[in-house]
Design a protein around this ligand. Structure first.
Ligand code: AP5
Ligand code: MG
Length: 219
């Protein structure tokens, strides 16, 4: 199954994606995570992306589309994939359709996490990520066993560079302006499914499971 997970910043896309990846054995492709890796490695793409990410703006379509085009050529996407944070503009969505149609594929389902803005801000301000492996935590909702230490690899937990108030406010604004209109794009194709993402992580995942079961019943 070829899936997209959508929703505003802090909606829980990454948190759900980690569980979906494990359960359904499909790669989790997050453009945000790919850019963060590129920034860490100080590549040309990373240096360029940083300028936009630090301001909460979108990285230019041309750069982002090429990154995804290349990633979707990898062998591990043969039996399905989960895209998180891409597409974010109509131009990216059209490019994705084109990339997939060239290899006889399409997006099967778009899962949209619906979460109110006050909750987004609480989630983002309390998020901590492992500096080494990228595992995500929350200071209240998903605490590590030992404070400030990653359960998975023992790495140090830090705040994401773009999780400061000014950047978050702009990320949310950019989401409503540029990305939210994409929901109509997928609704028109009849593949959009909205789910309530305001409950606990496990509760939201139960809705995802239901979508996957229903999709399997149809095949
Ligand atoms: P990206 O990394 O995609 O960030 P985002 O969309 O802003 O979303 P987040 O990762 O902040 O939130 P999430 O929904 O994954 O939430 P999470 O699960 O972590 O993009 C970053 C930047 O890269 C962009 O601003 C842009 O500049 C650039 N970029 C990326 N893709 C691009 C593209 N296609 N085009 C152009 N530019 C692009 O959860 C958040 C917190 O809440 C965590 O602490 C978690 O533990 C907690 N939490 C999650 N779910 C729950 C729950 N159900 N209950 C309680 N707590 C929860
Ligand atoms: Mg994320």
């Amino acid at each position: 199954m070829n899936l997209l997970i959508m929703g505003p910043p802090g909606a829980g896309k990454g948190s759900q994606a980690v569980i979906i990846k494990e359960r359904y054995n499909i790669p989790h492709i997050s453009t945000g995570a790919m850019f963060r890796e590129a920034i860490k490695a100080k590549t040309k793409t990373g240096l360029l992306a940083k300028e936009y990410i630090d301001k909460g703006e979108l990285v230019p379509d041309s750069v982002t589309i090429e990154l995804v085009r290349e990633r979707l050529q990898a062998d591990d996407t043969k039996n399905g994939f989960l895209l998180d944070g891409f597409p974010r503009t109509i131009a990216q969505a059209q490019a994705l359709d084109q990339i997939l149609s060239e290899v006889g594929k399409k997006i099967d389902k778009v899962i949209n996490l619906v979460v109110d803005e006050e909750i987004l801000v609480i989630r983002i301000s309390g998020r901590r990520v492992c500096k080494t492996c990228g595992e995500t935590y929350h200071i209240v909702n998903k605490k590590p066993k030992v404070e400030e230490i990653c359960d998975v690899c023992g790495g140090e937990l830090i705040q994401r560079a773009d999780d400061n108030v000014a950047t978050v406010t702009n990320r949310i604004k950019v989401y409503y302006e540029k990305t939210r209109p994409l929901l109509n794009y997928y609704d028109d194709k009849g593949i959009l499914i909205n789910i309530d993402g305001s409950g606990e992580i496990e509760e939201t995942f139960r809705y995802v499971e239901k979508i996957m079961e229903d999709a399997n019943d149809l095949t």
